[in-house]
Design a protein around this ligand. Sequence first.
Ligand code: COA
Length: 189
Amino acid sequence: MTRTLADLDWPVRTAHLELRPGTSEDAEAVWPWHRLPEVQKWTTTLNTTLADHQRWWDAMLPSCVVGLQDGTIVAAGKLERQDAWSQADMRAQAAGQQAEIGWVLDPAVQGRGLGTEFAAALRDLAFDGFGVRRIEASCFAENLASRRVMEKIGLRLEGVFLEESLHRSGRWLDGASYAMLARERGAQR
Ligand SMILES: CC(C)(COP(=O)(O)OP(=O)(O)OC[C@H]1O[C@@H](n2cnc3c(N)ncnc32)[C@H](O)[C@@H]1OP(=O)(O)O)[C@@H](O)C(=O)NCCC(=O)NCCS
């Protein structure tokens, strides 16, 4: 059986955070910081109304994990199980074999190691909870904080793609892709 977020053991506790799947009610709780342009500078979607944010959040729920500190949500992340590319006759075997992870943190708590702690927990949930063989994360190449987080949790730079992405500033920016195989994680331990 392919496990989903609902099948994992929650909550997950790290040194400073408690992780659980996001709920529809969380949309309003994170809105005060999630909506900030500095938080969404490098992300896909900048919602400008709570109604748009709620619709967007609800659509993300199947892959949404939140991180709480002292009962307050300070981190929102993506843990999405995905099918690996395969030849057509191998699709069943490739289904659900990898996961994509991503994160945003409340600016009030950034710069204290919590982004790395949250990202590491998503990595561990992907490998230990889902049992995937590969995880991936990508960002605008100029997003140095996120790239640093990827490096700190052991992901390996696989490629920088020149001017592949149009940023809302109107600039065509490079993209950066990182990944880690389950066996690489084993070797790092
Ligand atoms: C990326 C993000 C989650 C990091 O959260 P955080 O709690 O600040 O992360 P940490 O404190 O664990 O570590 C951040 C690392 O990035 C480094 N960093 C931060 N800003 C940087 C910058 N402008 N240039 C280079 N490195 C930077 C920090 O020095 C630290 O590395 P270090 O421990 O080696 O010194 C946070 O900045 C964020 O939410 N950004 C906005 C949303 C976003 O961009 N999400 C990712 C989309 S792909």
